[in-house]
Design a protein around this ligand. Structure first.
Ligand code: RB5
Length: 151
């Protein structure tokens, strides 16, 4: 499985720890940056290319890390085909994939430590979309909603 990962300075340290953990589990990791710890960098510069790659199928799933995970999720969800969520609990890490086909996990590097980040990532990566009719119906409503209500 090919996994994309991205972070700004808020997730820089934990991103490299997580890459090591995931490589040991035989995941193929593509790092979308940042490659240096620059306190002035901007998370969209790394999260948006990751979200494009997920949407285009260049990677199977993505993990985006900023300080809180909030900015990363807001940025990633701007990209059509990206379904990103900030998740810091085990239940949502698998249910978000099973029901909502979440394809980008967002983490807060200033909120959780490497153990929790690794466990959440493994749960997310092991989960599979159920493909149930009701979940596809809901996702279709989201896909069809762009600018439909007010535009
Ligand atoms: C950067 O300092 C910080 O604002 C960013 O990493 C993130 O937390 C945004 O949501």
């Amino acid at each position: 499985m090919k996994i994309g990962i991205a972070s700004d300075h808020g997730g820089f340290e934990i991103k490299y720890q997580l890459i090591e953990r995931l490589k040991k589990l035989q995941y193929n990791i593509i790092d979308f940056g940042n490659y240096v710890n620059n306190p002035n960098d901007d998370y969209p510069d790394y999260v948006l290319p990751l979200a494009h790659a997920v949407s285009a199928g260049e990677v199977d799933k993505g993990i985006a890390i900023c300080g809180s995970g909030v900015g990363a999720s807001i940025a990633a969800n701007k990209i059509e085909g990206a379904r990103a969520a900030l998740v810091h609990d085990h239940f949502a890490a698998h249910q978000g994939v099973e029901d909502d086909n979440m394809n980008i996990l967002c983490l807060g590097g200033r909120i959780i430590g490497i153990e929790k980040a690794a466990e959440l990532s493994q749960t997310f990566l092991n989960a599979r979309f159920s493909n149930a009719e009701r979940h596809n119906r809901r996702l279709l409503k989201i896909d069809q909603s762009t600018n439909n209500y007010f535009g």
